[in-house]
Ligand binder design. Structure first.
Ligand SMILES: Nc1ncnc2c1ncn2[C@@H]1O[C@H](COP(=O)(O)OP(=O)(O)O)[C@@H](O)[C@H]1O
Ligand SMILES: [Mg+2]
Length: 310
């Protein structure tokens, strides 16, 4: 559905895209994740021909994308990072306006607007002006405006920044629903947990370049981060540490006051550790298996926290 090749974009001082490449298949929820300023918004604006780029090629639906391809634009829904609704139109009229850019048949348009209102949970606010809505509801209006014409490709640029938890959940579930109904989704975020929850595939972007792409599992395998076993309130006397280190596949032991984190090469090792603890009657409060997060992946590749400047 999307093929971006060797894209370069220079703002005055900043090289915002530095050989950016991206391939997205039909039907994915594709997460584009990276810290603030990494080039997520720029890549989307270039992809949609909203912004001129210096070099590179963009293909959408197998066709070369350009500013004049209104046929392609009609199949795309874009929900920009900065809310872009019309402030002197009420909720209904906003959605109707944006839907009307693509859907001319009156009856169809009315049906689509109603469906978007229902989808975004805006029914009781249909007469409200945007300024009267809470941040979360305004974000949902922004989404309703972007999806009302039933686009095949929907792009969300940081749709959950500064929204309340209730709207956030509604937005995340809504994205899943749109995908179930057939839309391909691109989703940018600097919230790893969200991307991990939603995405079928992920690219990590930093300094205008894609560092790695894959499923969450593939990315974690890529950097060789295994699971770890966290043991709470464990009695470490009697040389336990040494005997744990001696277990095949135990990679590292990290100690905090009463807790022990045992990083392992693969999940098989975890059951060996648990057996070892039980056979030696070791006392502890609880065991937790921790999977590495995407943040750990980013840290491993760049040496920086994703949240550094988030
Ligand atoms: N209009 C602009 N003029 C100059 N620099 C810009 C402009 N827009 C973005 N940038 C810079 O380009 C880089 C990428 O920005 P952006 O694409 O907005 O990142 P992200 O969406 O990942 O936060 C940043 O360094 C940002 O400061
Ligand atoms: Mg952005």
């Amino acid at each position: 559905m999307i093929e971006i090749k060797n894209l370069f974009k220079q703002y005055k001082e900043v090289l915002a895209l530095n050989n950016f490449n991206l391939t997205v298949e039909y039907g994915e929820i594709y997460g584009l994740v990276g810290p603030n300023g990494s080039g997520k918004t720029t890549s989307i604006n270039c992809m949609l021909s909203l912004l001129k780029y210096d070099k590179g090629e963009v293909y959408l639906f197998g066709k070369k994308m350009s500013d004049s391809r209104s046929d392609l634009k009609a199949k795309i829904g874009y929900i920009p990072q900065d809310i872009s609704v019309i402030y002197d139109l009420n909720v209904y009229d906003n959605i109707d306006f944006f839907c009307g850019l693509y859907i001319s048949d009156k009856a169809t348009r009315k049906k689509y607007v109603e469906e978007a209102i229902e989808f975004a949970g805006l029914n009781e606010f249909r007469k409200f002006l945007p300024a009267k809505l809470s941040g979360g509801l305004r974000r949902r209006l922004n989404i309703a405006c972007g999806i009302a014409h039933k686009p095949e490709l929907i792009i969300f640029d940081e749709p959950t920044v500064a929204v309340d938890p209730q709207s956030r959940n509604k937005i995340l579930e809504g994205i899943k629903e749109l995908n179930r109904n057939g839309a391909t989704i691109i989703y940018t975020s600097h919230y790893m947990e969200e991307v991990e929850y939603l995405s079928t595939k992920i690219s990590i972007i930093d300094k205008g370049q894609i560092l790695v792409s894959g499923t969450t599992k593939e990315l974690k395998n890529f950097v060789g981060l295994g699971n770890s076993l966290e043991v709470n309130n464990i009695d470490l006397s009697n040389g336990l540490e040494n005997s744990l280190r001696a277990i095949n596949g135990v990679n590292k032991l990290l100690k905090t006051s009463n807790n022990l984190k045992i990083i392992v090469d693969n999940d098989m090792v975890i059951s060996n550790i648990i057996n070892h603890l039980n056979q030696n009657n070791i006392i502890y409060d609880s065991l937790n298996i921790k999977t590495p997060t995407l943040n750990d992946v980013f840290l491993d590749i760049t040496g920086r926290e994703l949240r550094d400047n988030a």
